[in-house]
Design a protein. Sequence first.
Length: 252
Amino acid sequence: MSYFEQIDPLKVPSHVAVIMDGNGRWAKSHGKERIFGHFNGVESVRATLKAAVKSGVKYLTLYAFSTENWNRPKEEVEALMNLLVHTITGEIDELDKNEVRLHAIGDIDSLPESCKTELHAAMERTSGNNKVNLILALSYSSRWEINQAVKRILAEGLKPEEISDHLISSYLCTAAFPDPELLIRTSGEKRISNFLLWQIAYSELYFTETHWPDFNEEEFYKAICDYQTRERRFGKTSEQIHTGMGINEKTT
Ligand code: IPE
Ligand code: IPE
Ligand code: MG
C-alpha cells in the first residue's frame, strides 16, 4: 500500500512547516555548483504543494531563506533572489488556477525591489483563494520575528497584565495561521535553525535524510503517516488521552 493510501483523512495536520535543506550537498554529489541544487529544489516545492493539497493540509510553510542566509557568498544570495522572482513569475498562473493563496513571513522589506514587487503582486492576486495557504518564509528568523513583536508591544504601551500567549502570537508574522502540528526537515540535519521557535512549542518533528531536491509527494505522505503514529499528549498522561479525561480529573 502506498503512503498516500495509508493516510487517515481524519488525522491530517492542518499546518505543515518544512525546513527545505540539502540543496548544496545534493548539487555537490552530482558534481555541480550549489545553485544547481536550488534550481532543482523548485520541483520539490511543486510536489510538496501538490501533496499538501491532496492530503488535505490547509497551511504549508516553507523556509526558503533565513536571516542568516544573507551571510552566504554574494553570488549565491543573488542567484537565490533571482530564482525567487523567476519562480513566482513562472508559477503564479498555476498557483492562482489551483486556488492557492500565497503569503510571506519575514523581513520582506529587506528583499531586493524586484522580489518585493513580484511577491506583493502574487499575494494580492491570490488573496481571494482559499484551497490552501502557501506561506514562504523569506529573510525570516524566529529571533528577528520575536524582536519585532516585542518592539511593537512596547511601542503600543501594552501593560504587563495584558501579555499572554495569545497576545504574543498575535504580534508574530504567523498571527493569521494556526501553529504547525508537524515540522519536517530534510537532509539529515537535526536542528531548528531559528525557524518558528514559538510556534513549534508542541509540533511533532520529522527528520529525513533525503536532500530537498529529492523530496517528493511520496516523501511528504510518508511524513504524514509517521505523524499519525505519534501520541500528542500536551503534558497529559497517555491514560488521559485515551479516556478523553480533562485537566485535573481524577484517574481512579
Ligand atoms: C537549503 O539548502 C536552501 C537554503 C538554505 C536557501 P542549502 O543551500 O542549505 O544546502 P546545504 O545544506 O548546504 O546542502
Ligand atoms: C535553514 O537552512 C534555512 C533554510 C532552509 C532556508 P540552513 O542550511 O541555512 O541551516 P544551517 O545553517 O545549516 O543550520
Ligand atoms: Mg543547509
